[in-house]
Design a protein around this ligand. Structure first.
Ligand code: IMP
Length: 206
């Protein structure tokens, strides 16, 4: 089947592709060809103004399905920090300003948390994946618990990866390979839910 990933974030597309291609989407159960919005110049960027990850993922997937005519998968994700009452949440990409700047966002997070003691640095990444096609829209959630470090460590990944320690690990997401991160990440978990669903439905669509 053909799937369009409703994102222009290159790192995110890369991660989604890796997880999809390594996770058994392709194979005898469901074989997948991945497309991106760049192939459809008529598709514009969608304003992410929803109050929840789910609302934003649905909005993106529905729009890209409508303008490309292809089964669409959208991811809306972010970091939810206990000590900041859930911030940055749906504003994760724009925490430090309207234009997404991963480094400025991460610096702001560390500044806001500089007086938060170790035992109160709990956080989770949340991801909602929305699937839109002619049968309608379905969503899949994934999350990973962890804690926020005190300085950025690691070169891999994107966004807040250098300060996020997944539960049970002494390395940040930015110190892990894509495969290792994908095996436990919010995005990996949500995608595996989608994968199970697609397998259940069979490769002939919903
Ligand atoms: P959006 O889903 O495009 O609205 O943006 C999600 C934002 O959340 C990204 O710009 C990152 O700041 C953050 N984020 C989401 N997933 C991850 C992740 O896997 N690692 C690090 N940061 C992430």
């Amino acid at each position: 089947m053909d799937i369009i990933l409703a994102s222009r974030n290159k790192k995110k597309i890369e991660e989604l592709k890796n997880i999809i291609e390594s996770g058994g989407f392709s194979g005898k159960d469901v074989s997948v060809n991945i497309h991106t919005p760049d192939e459809f110049p008529q598709c514009e960027d969608v304003e992410e103004d929803g109050a929840t990850f789910e609302a934003n993922a649905i909005k993106k997937a529905a729009y890209i399905f409508e303008c490309s005519g292809m089964t669409a998968v959208a991811d809306d994700s972010g970091l939810v920090v206990d000590a900041l009452n859930g911030a940055p949440g749906v504003f994760s990409a724009r925490y430090a300003g309207e234009v997404t700047d991963d480094w400025a966002n991460l610096r702001k997070l560390l500044r806001e948390m500089k007086d938060v003691p170790d035992e109160k640095r709990g956080a989770r990444f949340v991801c909602c994946i929305a699937l839109a096609d002619r049968s309608g829209i379905k969503t899949f959630m994934g999350h990973v618990e962890g804690r926020i470090g005190r300085e950025p460590i690691g070169e891999k990944g994107f966004g807040y990866d250098p300060v996020f320690y997944p539960e049970g690990h002494e390395r940040t997401f930015a110190e892990m390979t894509d495969e290792e991160k994908g095996s436990m990440s919010h995005r990996g978990r949500a995608l595996r839910e989608l994968q199970d669903y697609l397998k259940e439905q069979g490769s002939h669509g919903r």
